[in-house]
Every structure is written in structure tokens, then in C-alpha cells.
Write a protein that binds this ligand. Structure first.
Ligand code: PLP
Length: 292
């Protein structure tokens, strides 16, 4: 995985969005999606360096992280196992996981809560097994995400990203700090009560004076959506040729659109939005698009 990646920056077409550029991390790979690739980079390198050839991880039945781990492991000759939250399920994402050779272990919600315990019970005696937390959360993931900042135009004034756990956002803020760029990080939490992201980011980096949280764009909570959001996703894809998903980047671009319409940024301030991928999430919400 130690390759240099050159991800394009794409300027948006609509005149009212002329100051906005999209960092197309969704183009890194169709299945090792965007930020999941960046989060996995040092996890994979660490596992390979220490001779652990089996990644054991955790996620829900529609987890972008699970697909990314399955694909990345297959590509690097590693085994992968996932504890999947909830009862046995079949869907597009789990199908991809199985195609990439991942072993799926469906786990009831109570047992799932104790991830370390699960790992110890099932793989504690396996010297090749490597624990990878849900979503890849942890310091290696933060370091991988921080690298994105070195690929940005130096005059980036506002950097936008969506947040689930906040690990990606923590990495971006750390990167901004380390490069000394004069950039503000705007974070759009996709969960309700997104203020918790601030404390999560503070676990990994300082510089919180450069952080702007926009907590009003969760649409009811994680994986919740509304006709307003799905219609926006359709309009945006048709106008700009960029797909977004209802769980993460749809909410992110909706927030940006709203802030732009409020005239929150000067026309000469460069805005870069990180497209973190996750487009498979559309398949988990097909029926929500019937309003289009
Ligand atoms: C997982 C994911 C996120 C959330 O990343 P965190 O580091 O957990 O905040 C954002 N966007 C997409 C597309 C994702 O798949």
C-alpha cells in the first residue's frame, strides 16, 4: 500500500459554486473507499511489518469500512474476518466482502459491544491476528488522513469534511497544524448531537481554534434521510456529475450549499471539500430515492 496517490481536485461548475473544489478521494478505489483507504494505510503497513497476516475487524451490515478492509486485505495477500453487528443478513456490501474472501461472523448487539472481548475469545491465541477497531479508528488512521493535507492547494482557506466518528476530521486538523496552513476545518457530523466530535478530535490533536462544527445537518441522525436530502443528491449529481450518498457526503454537500447560500464565504476564498467516497451506501437506501 505504500504508493503515492494523486487524487484530482475538481472545480464545481455552477457559477455560485465557483470557489469550491472537490478533493475526489472517492476516486482512490471503488471499494477501498476514500477516507477508508487513508485510514487503513498505516494499519496495513503495521500489520505487514509485524508479520500479522489476518485482520479482524467490526462493523454494521452496511459498513463501508468492512468492504474496504476485505478489498485491501485481498489485494495485499492478507486474510480478513469481520464481526458483523446484528442477525444474519445479505446485501450488496456483504456480498462484496464475501467475494473478497472475508469471513463474516454475525454477532448479536450485546456481544458486539465488547469488541476487545470478542477478539480475545476467538482470536486471542492467533499470533497472526490483528485487531482493527470499528471504522479503523485510532492513531494510525489519524496519521493516514493527515497526509491528505499535503496534497491540497496552499491557499485552501476552508476545508470541509463529513464526520462519523471524527477520526478523519482529527487527521485533517492535525495535517493543517503540521503544515502550518492558514486553513479552517469545517466538519459536518452525520450523527445527531455532533458536538461530541470536538472531544474526539481533541484526543488526537490540538488547534481546535481552527475547527468549525456544523451540527445542524444530521437529518435526524445516522443513516436517516429526508426527501429534501435525496432530491438534493439527485440535483447535485445531475448538475455537477458527482455522486454523493445519503449517509455521509450528501449531508456534507447539502451543508455546504446551505452555507454558500447564506453568503458565509468571500468569493476569493478557496474552499476544498473532501469527497470521502462511500457511494455503496446508496444501495442500502434505494427506496429513499423513489421521490426523484
Ligand atoms: C466512514 C466514512 C466517513 C466517516 O469517517 P470518520 O473518520 O468516522 O469520521 C465519512 N465519509 C464516508 C464516505 C465514510 O465511509
Amino acid at each position: 500500500m505504500s504508493v503515492t496517490i494523486h487524487i484530482p481536485l475538481q472545480q464545481l461548475k455552477a457559477p455560485e459554486r465557483a470557489s469550491v473544489w472537490v478533493k475526489r478521494d472517492d476516486m482512490i478505489d471503488p471499494y477501498i473507499s476514500g477516507n477508508k483507504w487513508r485510514k487503513l494505510k498505516y494499519i496495513l503497513e503495521g500489520a505487514l511489518a509485524s508479520g500479522r497476516r489476518h485482520l479482524v475487524t467490526f462493523g454494521g451490515a452496511y459498513s463501508n469500512h468492512l468492504v474496504a478492509v476485505a478489498a485491501a486485505c485481498a489485494r495485499n495477500g492478507l486474510r480478513s474476518t469481520a464481526f458483523v453487528r446484528g442477525e444474519m443478513a445479505e446485501n450488496e456490501m456483504l456480498l462484496l466482502c464475501r467475494l473478497y474472501g472475508m469471513e463474516l461472523r454475525f454477532t448479536d448487539r450485546l456481544a458486539y459491544k465488547d469488541k476487545r472481548g470478542l477478539f480475545e475469545r476467538h482470536f486471542g491465541g492467533d499470533a497472526e491476528a490483528c485487531f482493527v477497531d470499528e471504522g479503523g479508528a485510532g492513531t494510525p488512521a489519524v496519521l493516514g488522513c493527515a497526509e491528505l493535507v499535503t496534497e491540497l492547494p496552499p491557499d485552501t482557506r476552508h476545508l470541509f469534511c463529513a464526520a462519523g466518528t471524527g477520526t478523519t476530521a482529527a487527521g485533517l486538523l492535525k495535517g493543517i497544524r503540521e503544515t502550518g496552513m492558514d486553513t479552517l476545518l469545517h466538519v459536518v457530523p452525520v450523527l445527531k448531537g455532533g458536538e461530541f466530535i470536538r472531544a474526539e478530535i481533541a484526543r488526537y490533536t490540538d488547534g481546535l481554534d481552527r475547527l468549525v462544527l456544523h451540527t445542524a445537518y444530521h437529518f435526524g441522525g445516522y443513516a436517516r434521510t429526508s426527501p429534501e436530502l435525496t432530491q438534493f443528491i439527485g440535483r447535485f449529481a445531475a448538475a455537477e456529475g458527482i455522486l454523493t450518498d445519503p449517509v455521509y457526503t450528501g449531508k456534507l454537500f447539502f451543508a455546504l450549499e446551505d452555507l454558500l447560500s447564506q453568503g458565509r464565504f468571500a468569493a476569493d476564498e478557496k474552499i476544498v471539500v473532501v469527497h470521502t467516497g462511500g457511494l455503496l451506501g446508496i444501495w442500502g437506501m434505494k427506496e429513499k430515492f423513489s421521490v426523484l
